[in-house]
Design a protein around this ligand. Structure first.
Ligand code: FES
Length: 150
């Protein structure tokens, strides 16, 4: 079945089953490898992308739910060749350790700042709770988000 998708502003028509997880469409069909597979059951946040501006777990989101919507991945966060402020902050704070979960972390943080430009520390902690990091970079993640927050 041909499905039409918009990913990072680009339109795609893909011959794919509607119940295919969005994660695998992004990675295997579109070659967008920044979105990671962690747990595969919606628990770790490594696969977080935005669908119509909302963070979703792409491992447990059937691609048919994205038809007619706008998907943004970590590759689409930078605009006009400029890294997103959060990406710059991640570099400045030296957030990543192994790095595996970080694109999901940044996508969750980007949604937080899009909805609340001046979050309190508690807001940041609450917003990031669903994104797990086995390396324990949480304090640097919070520092990076705080450095961008107005
Ligand atoms: Fe999707 Fe863990 S891989 S939430």
């Amino acid at each position: 079945m041909a499905l039409s998708l918009t990913v990072n502003g680009e339109q795609w028509s893909l011959d794919i089953e509607g119940d295919t997880p969005l994660l695998w469409v992004l990675r295997d069909e579109l070659g967008l490898k920044g979105t990671k597979f962690g747990c595969g059951v919606g628990l770790c946040g490594a696969c977080t992308v935005h669908l119509n501006g909302q963070p979703v777990r792409s491992c447990s989101t059937p691609v048919e739910m994205a038809v007619g919507g706008e998907v943004t991945t970590i590759e689409g966060l930078a605009e006009e060749g400029q890294l997103h402020a959060l990406q710059k902050a991640w570099i400045a704070e030296g957030v990543p350790q192994c790095g595996y979960c970080q694109s999901g972390q940044i996508m969750s943080a980007a949604h937080l700042l899009a909805t609340n430009s001046a979050p309190a520390r508690n807001d940041i902690v609450a917003a990031m709770t669903g994104n797990l990091c086995r390396c324990g970079t949480y304090s640097r993640i919070i520092a990076a988000v705080e450095s961008v927050a107005g």
